[in-house]
Ligand binder design. Structure first.
Ligand code: TYD
Length: 218
């Protein structure tokens, strides 16, 4: 049976290992020859990438509400140009970050009330929500140590550890409120274990038997 095109998002605090796990997801789709588009936020369109540059530039001075509106402006363009057309054609979409990041960073991290983010979420997205959000989680110290190790820190990476503690708490709280939509994966483990968990989550989403690829004697 054909499955409806799925909208999958990958999120987590900076330093949670998104890049590595995106490759796992890429390989999973490639192995099954399933049609899929990989994209990211903020970004994913020429306008969105310009907004991303401004939003990540440490020189940018921007108020919290403006920052939030710019995230949602980039998102609207991304939805119209990339996400919605793909889903309408039966192509799955995997987005490196989506609105959970706004709830976590602008909401949790910077203190914008959740209800205000929800107003924009409804206005920009209508009823569209991800079918699955994979939330990569690492202990705060791991995130902070990874950020410290990066050379060119962007505007968000320059925030202090208290900021990332709030961002992480907001992500985990959202996930706990809608467990059916989120898969929280501890990514501070052996790479192979994390990979297995990600694959299991995708298998479940697409209702592939998880035992499909296991040796018969197991
Ligand atoms: P990120 O996705 O981590 O890219 P890279 O892996 O190249 O560093 O960077 C995007 C940053 O933007 C990240 O710090 C989170 C932030 N962000 C928000 O604050 N709100 C949002 O709505 C989104 C999508 C991202």
């Amino acid at each position: 049976m054909e499955t409806r095109a799925q909208f999958i998002t990958l999120d987590g605090i900076d330093g949670s290992g998104k890049t590595t796990q995106l490759n796992v997801i890429r390989e999973w789709f490639a192995a099954r020859k399933m049609p899929v588009v990989f994209t990211r936020e903020p970004g994913g369109t020429p306008l969105g990438e310009k907004l991303r540059e401004l939003l990540l530039d440490p020189q940018t001075r921007v108020s919290l509400r403006t920052e939030t509106l710019l995230m949602f402006a980039a998102r609207r363009q991304h939805l119209e140009d990339v996400v919605l057309p793909a889903l309408a054609q039966g192509i799955h979409v995997v987005s490196d970050r989506f609105t959970d990041a706004t709830f976590a960073y602008q909401g949790g991290g910077r203190g914008l009330p959740t209800a205000e983010v929800e107003v924009l979420e409804d206005w920009v997205q209508g009823s569209l929500r991800p079918d699955l959000t994979i939330l990569l989680d690492v202990p705060l110290e791991v995130s902070v140590a990874r950020i410290e190790g990066s050379r060119d820190k962007d505007r968000f990476e320059r925030e202090d550890s208290a900021f990332f503690a709030r961002v992480r708490a907001a992500y985990l709280q959202r996930a706990a409120q809608s467990p059916q939509r989120y898969a929280v994966i501890n990514s501070h483990r052996d790479k192979a274990e994390v990979k297995q968990d990600i694959e299991a989550v995708l298998n479940r989403l697409f209702r592939f038997a998880e035992t499909e690829k296991q040796p018969a004697h197991e």
